[in-house]
Design a protein around this ligand. Structure first.
Ligand code: ATP
Ligand code: MG
Length: 309
């Protein structure tokens, strides 16, 4: 809606996991490198977890885009499937035939495909997104998939991707065999203050609008605070702020606009409006007074200690 006003080619703050907008923070870069390492070294199971909206699906898509031609890939975005549906979807993504409705037949087809692949110097990867929604039974079935191996290495690399509940699920006693097999793990943390700024400017640059809009430093501070550095929340907040700026016909984003956007989104339940969440002037002052109080207490204590000696 505001793209024209800011001379943008497209919306910079869409919430679709589009790898074109990928910003490789140190954390996202580390996660990607670790996943590539696990695939290359045929480590079998890999695990990528992170809070809601931290960029897990975006990373999976980036991983798929950058994957070598010699790697066959299957990406499962909706794991609410039965065991047989799951195997059929994997086979379908790999472009191999589906063999009736028997789990065993379909597993045999997959096994043959993987063995032929290894013989031809290929590797195969299955990425299962939203894996926190898989039932323990399905997770156990997925463990059996990793039994497909040659004497030397795993035929299939399986990347489980999910929200923190996935880690809790994997630590259930009945899933310990699976949990013990996961050698490569990465937990994606939110962006820090500087990364949040770079993230915003990176998205604006890709959308062709860097220089057509600017942000006051305290507006950026508040975007980071209110979003907690969670990329999806940064997008939602920036989108609202840009809209407010467009309505006010301003190309400079100011702190007040962020406060208004946070209030609107807070009422919609999208961001938290916890008292003190946004570092307004009053909260900043209270914090400084507390620090000064603690410091004064320590100094007085040290003076009394010295006098007492
Ligand atoms: N590193 C990044 N670079 C660019 N955009 C990102 C990055 N990380 C996240 N985003 C953006 O944030 C939004 C949420 O990302 P994504 O859907 O990948 O998160 P998620 O961790 O998969 O969330 P969920 O837990 O809900 O599945 C998307 O708009 C995505 O484009
Ligand atoms: Mg996701």
């Amino acid at each position: 809606m505001y793209e024209k006003f800011f001379f943008l080619k497209e919306n910079p703050f869409n919430i679709t996991p589009d790898p074109k907008f990928l910003y490789l923070s140190d954390k996202h870069g580390e996660a990607l490198n670790l996943l590539f390492f696990g695939i290359r070294e045929r480590k079998g199971f890999l695990l990528l977890t992170g809070e809601v909206g931290t960029g897990k699906t975006t990373l999976c898509r980036a991983l798929m885009d950058k994957m070598d031609e010699k790697i066959d890939t299957a990406l499962l975005l909706n794991p609410l499937l039965t065991d047989i549906e799951l195997i059929k979807t994997i086979n379908d993504d790999f472009g191999i035939g589906i063999d009736g409705n028997s789990l065993k037949d379909n597993l045999d087809v997959l096994n043959r495909f993987l063995i032929e692949g290894v013989e031809n110097g290929r590797n195969a990867v299955v990425i299962i997104d939203e894996a926190q929604n898989l039932s323990p039974n399905t997770l156990e079935m997925i463990r059996l998939l990793s039994n497909l191996e040659t004497d030397k290495s795993k035929l299939l690399q399986i990347i489980l991707v999910g929200q923190p509940e996935l880690k809790a699920k994997l630590s259930l006693p009945e899933l310990r065999q699976l949990n013990q097999r996961i050698i490569v793990r990465y937990h994606l943390m939110p962006l820090n203050h500087d990364e949040t700024k770079s993230y915003i400017f990176n998205r604006l640059a890709i959308a062709g609008g860097l220089g057509n809009v600017s942000f006051n430093p305290d507006a950026l501070d508040d975007i980071h605070w209110a979003s907690g550095g969670i990329p999806r929340l940064v997008n939602i907040l920036c989108d609202r702020v840009m809209l407010l700026a467009f309505v006010a016909e301003k190309r400079l984003i100011e702190k007040g606009m962020v406060t208004n956007a946070v209030n609107e989104l807070g009422k919609e339940g999208v961001v938290s409006l916890d008292a003190g969440h946004l570092p307004n002037e009053r909260n900043r002052l209270i914090r400084y007074l507390i620090y000064i109080g603690i410091l004064a207490g320590i100094i007085i204590f040290k003076i009394f200690e010295a006098v007492g000696k």
